[in-house]
Design a protein around this ligand. Structure first.
Ligand code: GLN
Length: 246
């Protein structure tokens, strides 16, 4: 009897898992992300849950849409594919609106502005973007930082799966600099001694939510929900919870 019960439970779990793999249904809102990007998405040390600004924004949108939020953690450069193939409904990953990505996905209205910054060792001779010529630069694979680094003359670009791995390489003098988004940069620098962020920002960019190309119904719903979150002050409240103003 006991055995049969256990079998039924595992069967049920398999069915649930299979349903989950199918991605979107009208009840769930599947969010593709890369939970290596604090304060937007990262694993909380204590609970081992994925938390952060993007998670709370996506949760608030899911609530407004009456759908259950389900998070799929994956490599950053898999997110656009996951959304364009329908494996996920939305990509929320501190993702910058970018012309190349717009060929595969549509973007919502922006929900925040961001910037690429340069991180170096405290005693580095690199003082600004112009000094990056001919240097070895660490980036996270497939990010806008990667795209910018690629354009720097004679630079050797080292691509890492996680931003944090680029930071480690910098700490160990394996590379000269890291180009990465400002807020994660602040978190990584605060957690690693001997590093600094250069004052001059590399670019300004907008983060938005990616949806499957042509899914205007979902896009409109998301934009409407985002507008409500902006108007009510809830969006700013979420951001302020994770980013303290300087
Ligand atoms: N904003 C950058 C981009 O869109 C990095 C995002 C990330 O690493 N999660 O490419």
């Amino acid at each position: 009897m006991k055995k049969k019960f256990a079998f039924l439970i595992s069967l049920g779990m398999a069915v649930l898992a299979a349903a989950g793999c199918g991605g979107s249904s009208s009840e769930t809102l599947v969010m593709a992300t890369n939970a290596e990007f604090p304060p937007y998405e990262y694993y909380d040390d204590a609970t081992q849950e994925i938390v952060g600004i993007d998670v709370e924004i996506a949760q608030a949108i899911a609530d407004k849409l009456g759908r259950e939020l389900k998070i799929e953690d994956m490599a950053f450069d898999s997110i656009v594919t996951a959304v364009s193939t329908g494996k996920a409904d939305i990509g929320v990953a501190g993702m910058t609106i970018d012309a190349d990505r717009l060929e595969f996905v549509d973007f919502s209205d922006p929900y925040t502005t961001a910037a690429q910054v340069i991180i170096v060792k405290e005693d580095s001779e690199i003082a600004g973007p112009d000094d990056l010529v001919g240097k070895s630069i660490g980036v996270q694979l497939g990010t806008t930082g990667d795209i910018f680094a690629d354009d720097i003359e004679d630079a050797a670009v080292e691509r890492f799966n996680k931003g944090f791995e680029a930071i480690q390489a910098l700490s160990q003098d394996k590379i000269d600099a890291v180009i990465i988004d400002r807020e994660p940069a602040k978190v990584f620098v605060s957690e690693n001694e001997g590093l600094k962020i250069l004052d001059e920002e590399y670019t300004l960019e907008d983060y938005a939510i990616a949806v499957k190309k042509g899914n205007t119904e979902l896009l409109d719903e998301i934009n409407e929900a985002l507008q409500e979150l902006k108007d009510s002050g809830k969006l700013q409240e979420i951001i302020d919870k994770y980013i303290t103003a300087e």
